[in-house]
Design a protein around this ligand. Structure first.
Ligand code: HPA
Length: 283
């Protein structure tokens, strides 16, 4: 990523490249977490652009994050889907981790749907369960909007008291109920990683009010809120957190659980996207 031109100009160049390849105007941006990438196969009229071909885009290095932006429609709604993301633990600075969200915002999405794999901390959470993120705790030590503020993206100071839209959470709960299951809410705590946590850390996070732990999402959500996007966050509990389950944690387990819930996750999103679009137009 070049330091010679502003982040805004870099994002504008990425947007120009994407628009040259797809004339679609996405209403909703979707970021797919570990093991959940298969959802992008549901996109109709898809134009898939590898991250490597988009100017200034960071390139993912993690297995399971294939790294493509898929433009297309889902149930008739124009969407821009990030199949894969980059993480701070790969060595990217916060402005690069969040660069795709800047681009989605400038592409014109009004809603950002972020998904991730998470470890379950709250007692009773089950492997494979989907949980709505009600709030987050940023334990990464980074904030992506540190530094000079560019007002073209958003204001210097901005509210985070309802970072995860209550309206969209209620809509998701209704949608899950229509599909015959309950979806609970939880607080997501983000660590830097890439080592998984120790059992002592998990006990400490539990005491702090965290229900879920993961290594993504909060930086993206901060930037989305900076740009005034409405955010919905969904975690897939791919494993119980360290010290809660008997077996050691592994990336393979995370990916395997993601794949196992792919159908239910896809079904939820397929119903949710048109519902969000309808409510956002009516609002
Ligand atoms: N900890 C951190 N990140 C994760 C986990 C976990 O247990 N599971 C999936 N992502």
């Amino acid at each position: 990523m070049s330091k010679d031109i502003s982040l805004f100009e870099q994002a504008t160049a990425a947007v120009a490249h994407i628009r040259a390849r797809s004339s679609m105007k996405p209403a909703i941006g979707i970021i797919l977490g570990s093991g959940l990438g298969a959802f992008a196969d549901q996109i109709a009229d898809a134009v898939a652009i590898p991250f490597a071909e988009i100017p200034n885009f960071p390139k993912s290095t993690v297995p399971g994050h294939s790294g493509r932006l898929v433009m297309g429609t889902l149930e008739g709604v124009p969407v821009a889907v990030m199949q894969g993301r980059v993480h701070a633990y790969e060595g990217y600075p916060p402005e690069e981790v969040t660069f795709p969200v800047r681009v989605l915002g400038l592409l014109g999405v009004k809603t950002l749907l972020v998904t991730n794999a998470a470890g379950g901390i709250r007692p009773g959470l089950k492997q494979g369960e989907l949980v709505l993120i009600s709030d987050h705790i940023n334990f990464t030590g980074f904030n992506p909007v540190v530094g000079e503020n560019d007002e073209r993206f958003g204001p210097r100071f901005f509210d985070m008291s309802e970072a995860y839209s209550k309206r969209l959470r209620m809509l998701t709960q209704r949608t899950a109920k229509d599909q015959n299951y309950e979806i609970s809410e939880g607080v997501y705590l983000c660590v830097l990683g890439p080592s998984f946590e120790t059992p002592a850390e998990i006990r400490a996070f539990h005491a702090l009010g965290a229900d879920l732990v993961g290594m993504s999402t909060v930086q993206e959500v901060i930037v989305a809120r900076h740009m005034g996007l409405e955010v919905l966050g969904i975690s897939c509990v791919t494993n119980l957190a360290a010290g809660i389950q008997a077996e050691p944690l592994s990336h393979e387990e995370v990916m395997e659980t993601g794949r196992r819930v792919a159908d239910r996750f896809t079904q939820l999103l397929a119903a949710l996207v048109p519902a969000i679009d309808k409510e956002t137009i009516c609002a």
